[in-house]
Design a protein around this ligand. Structure first.
Ligand code: NDP
Length: 482
């Protein structure tokens, strides 16, 4: 074993009190390479109690001091960027080039962005014209829980803990048990960065064991959760009767909509990127590609040609474009979804099964071919349910009205990407889409100040910029008669 992944509780790296461990598997090889503390309610109790003890001091720190500590934590990420990228790639199966270009720089950016937000966050005042003034305090909540998924491990972990800490809360955080390594490494630098003991606590283990105990804990005032829709529903059912604040960023079944006047080359290459980046395991991936009928055949053929050339293999090879999916269970789920598509009458245009790289080291790895499917309408399971893997469908549409109906034909409402050179149509169409985010002639371009989140089964609430700072604080209005 290379390394034990320990909990961070009250500034100390400790095993789970119950003494249990879970295997940590490298998806590219299928081999266990470290073990993870299997925490339970007793560890949640210890972490919450440390966080409660640390809260009065931490909330009294000046915004400038909180900013300085978060900046130091960001410096640690920057200094260790290459090592973190390798660790993320090994833990998750994603190409190291992607971890180095996207995941780790973004984790650093999240920390710096919210470090600055600590100093820039402000609240409102309302004057009534008769000498009465209202001002609104924004108070940190106390102990908050942050639960993040495996697809963008450090990226989404920092996206939650940074605003929670910047706004003066103490945090109990749980990364996915499938990809815990980089959160563990980050936690190991917390003390050196100057975070007082107990301000940031990180627990490892299974969602239904440790995650659920966090949600249920009386003193955890808010839960910021990113993950699957079914898990989000289970968390809501537990948290709602306890009146906890909830931010839920859930699944998606996003459409890429291509009108016949699009910039063809850019639309094709972005549609490929949107469908298959991170092995299709991004909540924002465009897994339903809708193409206007006059352009359909040409667009489909160009996509198939591009996808067939995607280099799939060893995540540690800098030339690799697609690595392994995250686990054996997830690979089987994705393969089952492809079988369902076949059963529904879908035509596999490319891919359609497991990929077996030549290197002996990768023999037990979880590789799936990038797969494009056509011939299925919007009512089938394949076009309704999230697959969260390297699988996308193509559907033709006649006109704007039909396209809009197809875009909105799922229970999800996370994002959409629309391709047209007609500006009037672009804005009209965007306004008609029932999702939290729309990209016009681009995909996954992110300004961290903008509201991030989805409608309907894609979640409740928005993250990003002041949205996150507001989520992690409670407004209190004070009315003064002067
Ligand atoms: P899960 O819902 O399985 O898990 C997410 C996190 O919740 C993990 O840390 C998990 O722990 C934990 N968890 C699981 N069960 C419980 C429970 N009962 N109580 C508390 N916590 C629990 O999602 P995945 O990790 O599989 O992530 C993939 C999903 O995330 C996809 O649906 C994807 O669309 C969505 N996602 C949404 C994003 C968005 O911003 N809208 C962004 C990225 C992903 P453990 O892993 O240890 O079980």
């Amino acid at each position: 074993m290379e390394q034990d992944i320990l909990n961070l509780i009250n500034g100390a790296l400790v095993p789970a009190q119950g003494g249990g461990w879970l295997d940590n598997v490298e998806p590219a090889t299928g081999a266990t390479y470290s073990r993870i503390a299997r925490s339970g309610p007793e560890d949640v109790e210890a972490a919450v109690s440390a966080a409660r003890k640390a809260f009065p001091e931490w909330r009294a720190w000046s915004p400038a001091d909180r900013r300085a500590v978060l900046m130091k934590l960001a410096d640690k990420v920057a200094e260790n960027a290459a090592m973190l990228a390798e660790a993320e790639s090994k833990d998750n199966g994603k190409p190291v080039s992607v971890a180095a270009a996207v995941d780790i720089p973004r984790a650093e950016h999240n920390l710096r962005f919210y470090a600055s937000a600590a100093e820039q966050f402000s609240s409102e005042s309302h004057t009534m014209g008769d000498g009465t003034v209202n001002y609104t305090l924004r108070k940190p909540l106390g102990v908050v829980g942050c639960i993040s998924p495996w697809n963008l491990p450090l990226y989404l972990f920092t996206w939650k803990i940074a605003p929670a800490l910047a706004s003066g809360n103490c945090v109990v955080a749980k990364p996915s048990e499938v990809t815990p390594m980089t959160a563990y490494l980050l936690g190991s630098w917390a003390k050196e960065a100057g975070l007082p003991d107990g301000v940031l606590n990180i627990l490892h283990g299974l969602g239904p064991e440790v995650g659920q105990a966090m949600v249920e804990h009386h003193y955890v005032r808010a839960i910021s959760f990113t993950g699957g829709t079914a898990t989000g529903a289970a968390i809501s059912a537990l948290a709602a009767p306890k009146f906890k604040k909830l931010s839920l960023e859930l699944g998606g079944k996003n459409a890429t909509v291509v009108f016949d006047d699009c910039d063809f080359d850019e639309a094709v290459s972005t549609a490929v990127r949107a469908a298959f980046s991170n092995q299709g395991q991004i909540c924002l991936c465009g897994s339903r590609i809708l193409v206007q009928e006059g352009l359909y055949d040409r667009f489909r053929d160009a996509m198939v040609a591009k996808v067939s050339k995607l280099r799939i293999g060893d995540p540690m090879d800098p030339a690799t474009k697609m690595g392994a999916v995250v686990s054996r269970g997830h690979r089987d789920k994705v393969l089952a979804a492809i079988d369902t598509a076949r059963g529904e009458g879908g035509r596999i245009l490319c891919g359609g099964g497991r990929h077996q790289p030549g290197e002996p080291r990768l023999k037990g790895g979880y590789f799936v071919q990038p797969t494009l499917i056509e011939g299925l309408d919007h009512r089938c399971v394949t076009n309704r349910e999230e697959i969260f893997g390297p699988v996308a469908t193509l559907q033709p549409f006649k006109d704007e009205q039909e396209a809009l109906g197809l875009v909105n034909a799922t229970k999800y409402g996370l994002s959409a990407s629309v391709w047209t050179q007609d500006l009037k149509r672009a804005h009209r169409f965007a306004a008609g889409i029932d999702t939290g985010m729309v990209w016009l002639n681009c995909w996954l371009v992110r300004d961290l100040r903008t509201p991030f989140g989805g409608t309907r089964h894609s979640g409740v609430g928005r993250e990003g910029g002041y949205n996150s700072m507001k989520f992690f604080t409670e407004p209190q209005n004070v009315c003064v008669k002067l």
